[in-house]
Design a protein around this ligand. Structure first.
Ligand SMILES: Cc1cc2nc3c(=O)[nH]c(=O)nc-3n(C[C@H](O)[C@H](O)[C@H](O)COP(=O)(O)O)c2cc1C
Length: 237
C-alpha cells in the first residue's frame, strides 16, 4: 500500500508539514509505504486547458515536461494521497491549485473510454491556517477529489488554525493521524482485507507521533503560546 503525501506549503517545517508528517506516520503504522513530495520543489506550470482544444490532448501523461509531471506520475502510482496545504485566502496555495488543475489529465481519461485514473485511490485532506478557512479549504480538496473519481475515507479531513504551532493542536493532530490510519485501512478494505474504519482516539499514539514529528522536523518547542513569528495586525489572516 503506497501513500503519497503532497505538501502544498513553501515551509518544510510549517504547520501543514507538521500535520502531514503526522498523517504519514499514522499510515506507516498501518503498513503503508509512504513518500512526501512538496509542490514547491520544482516548477508546476499552470494548466492551459487543452481539454477544450478541437483535438483534445488532455490525457495522462500531461503534455508539460516539468516537476508537475513527476508528481502526477507519483499520484498515478499511489494507492492513497494525502494533501496538506496552508490556507491562502480560504483556499489551497496557488502552487497546489496548479497541481490539482493538472490532475485533470488523470480524470479526463474518461474521455478516452477509460475510467478516471483517480478511481479507486483514497484521498485525505489537511489544511492549516492562522485564522479562518480550514473547512472550506479542506472541503475544496475533498469535493474536487471525489469529483475526479477518488474515494474519501471516513474522517478524511483535518484542519488547524494554529499555523506553525499546529503540531500542538491536539484535535487537529489526532484528526491528521486518523487521516493516515483510515486512508490506509480504506485501501486495505478495497483490497479485500477486513479492517475497522472507526475513528481512533489514542492519547499515547498522539504524544508518540507528536514527538516523532518534532524530532524529524527539528522543530523547537519554545513553550510559548500563540503561533508565528509575529501577530497579524489585521482581522482576517
Ligand atoms: C497569501 C496568504 C494568505 C493567507 N490566507 C489565510 C486565510 O485565508 N486563512 C487563514 O487562516 N490563514 C491564512 N494565511 C496564513 C497561513 O495559512 C498560515 O501562515 C499557515 O501557517 C501557513 O501554513 P504553513 O505553516 O504550513 O506554511 C495566509 C497566508 C498567506 C501568505
Amino acid at each position: 500500500m503506497k501513500v503519497l503525501g503532497v505538501l502544498g506549503s513553501p515551509h518544510k517545517n510549517g504547520g501543514s508539514a507538521q500535520l502531514l508528517l503526522a498523517a504519514l506516520k499514522g499510515a506507516e503504522r498501518e503498513g503503508a509505504k509512504t513518500e512526501l513530495v512538496s509542490v514547491y520543489d520544482g516548477e508546476i506550470k499552470p494548466c492551459i486547458g487543452c481539454i477544450h482544444d478541437e483535438e483534445p490532448n488532455c490525457k495522462f501523461p500531461c503534455i508539460f515536461e516539468d516537476y508537475g509531471k513527476i508528481i502526477l506520475e507519483k499520484i498515478y502510482e499511489a494507492d492513497g494521497i494525502i494533501f496538506s496545504t496552508p490556507i491562502y485566502w480560504f483556499a489551497p496555495s496557488g502552487q497546489l491549485k496548479n497541481l490539482i488543475d493538472r490532475m485533470t489529465c488523470l480524470e479526463n481519461m474518461v474521455s478516452y473510454g477509460e475510467p478516471s485514473y483517480l478511481e479507486g485511490k483514497v484521498v485525505g485532506a489537511i489544511a492549516v491556517g492562522a485564522d479562518e478557512g480550514g473547512a472550506w479549504t479542506g472541503g475544496y480538496i475533498i469535493t474536487t477529489m471525489t469529483s475526479m473519481g477518488a474515494i474519501i475515507p471516513p474522517w478524511g479531513i483535518a484542519y488547524s488554525h494554529k499555523a506553525d504551532r499546529a503540531i500542538y493542536d491536539d484535535k487537529a493532530l489526532m484528526d491528521a493521524i486518523n487521516i493516515g490510519i483510515l486512508t490506509t485501512r480504506t485501501i486495505a478494505r478495497l483490497k479485500g482485507i477486513p479492517t475497522d474504519l472507526t475513528f481512533v482516539y489514542n492519547k499515547d499514539l498522539l504524544e508518540t507521533i507528536r514527538r516523532e514529528v518534532i524530532v524529524s522536523l527539528n522543530f523547537i518547542n519554545t513553550g510559548k503560546e500563540g503561533y508565528g513569528k509575529r501577530q497579524a495586525k489585521r482581522s482576517s489572516i
